[in-house]
Design a protein around this ligand. Structure first.
Ligand code: NAI
Length: 248
């Protein structure tokens, strides 16, 4: 039998109960990892663990990434359940789209809090553990929205650009301890988050994509597996675009 890319590793995935996070969990399990999902949605979490093969390969903890306490509890759950922590994926996300004229201060704060503070909470906790235990890999979900800025997403574009800066700064801080920190910027990926979009906006976005189609969650998951594994052993602080060539 060939060894998987992540054989024997334990990976935490925030926002892992559905969408891109769940696709990452599926790919990681297929590559030999055990996964621990953290999410605010308790019902979908339970279904996800079952879909991933149950307690032999998956566990979960209800976790709101905006606060450090639940994030530490998620980390502790992983170490207690599977004995190590090798990979951490900061994927949890929400959108609260509106033009600046209509966006409330609360909508701005919510998006910054889940994406930017949530990624900081996860990166800080994971790096803190990994530097004392022989290293590891952290993968952060940015977005092409952070590169070009989308109308109606001043909150989300700011948070996703912020994640790139956070990734680079953290990568420099912990490289000497064997911890790599990289980021992925997906373009238009077919999930619940994008299915909520009005059809005319979806069609306008499709028209901008040289490959002429939206991406699938599994196509982001394969890049996450690359960044989580030793295949990318000499990469840190990088941002990989998974966009079908959009906004090059
Ligand atoms: P989704 O909406 O399908 O899944 C997001 C998950 O995060 C859900 O399970 C949700 O319950 C969880 N979540 C929300 N707030 C949370 C919190 N405070 N703490 C813990 N979990 C929380 O979204 P999707 O599309 O799978 O997105 C995943 C990541 O990929 C997000 O960071 C998103 O910004 C990013 N992304 C998605 C793109 C797309 O086209 N779908 C494009 C670019 C980036």
């Amino acid at each position: 039998m060939t060894q998987g890319l992540l054989s024997g590793k334990t990976a935490v995935i925030t926002g892992g109960a559905q969408g891109i996070g769940l696709a990452i969990a599926e790919r990681f399990v297929a590559e030999g990892a055990r996964v621990v999902l953290g999410d605010v949605n308790e019902a979908t979490l339970a279904d996800a663990v079952t879909a991933l093969g149950g307690s032999a390969s998956a566990a979960s903890a209800v976790c709101d990434v905006t606060a450090a306490g639940p994030v530490q509890n998620l980390l502790d759950t992983a170490v207690r359940t599977f004995g190590s922590l090798d990979v951490w994926v900061n994927n949890a996300g929400i959108t609260r789209d509106a033009t600046m004229r209509r966006m409330t201060e609360e909508q701005f704060d919510q998006v910054i809090s889940v994406h930017l503070k949530g990624t900081w909470n996860g990166t800080r906790a994971a790096a803190g553990h990994m530097r004392d235990h022989g290293g590891g890999a952290i993968v952060n979900l940015s977005s092409i929205s952070g590169k070009v800025g989308f109308v109606g997403q001043t909150n989300y574009s700011a948070a996703k650009a912020g994640i790139v800066g956070l990734t680079k700064a953290a990568a420099k801080e912990v490289a000497h301890a064997g911890v790599r920190v990289n980021a992925i910027a997906p373009g238009l990926i077919r999930t619940a988050m994008t299915e909520a979009m009005p059809e005319r906006i979806w069609d306008a976005k499709l028209a901008e994509i040289p490959m002429g189609r939206a991406g699938e969650p599994a196509e982001v998951a394969s890049v996450a597996a690359f960044l989580a594994s030793d295949l990318s052993s000499y990469m840190t602080g990088t941002l990989l675009e998974v966009t079908g060539g959009r906004h090059l």
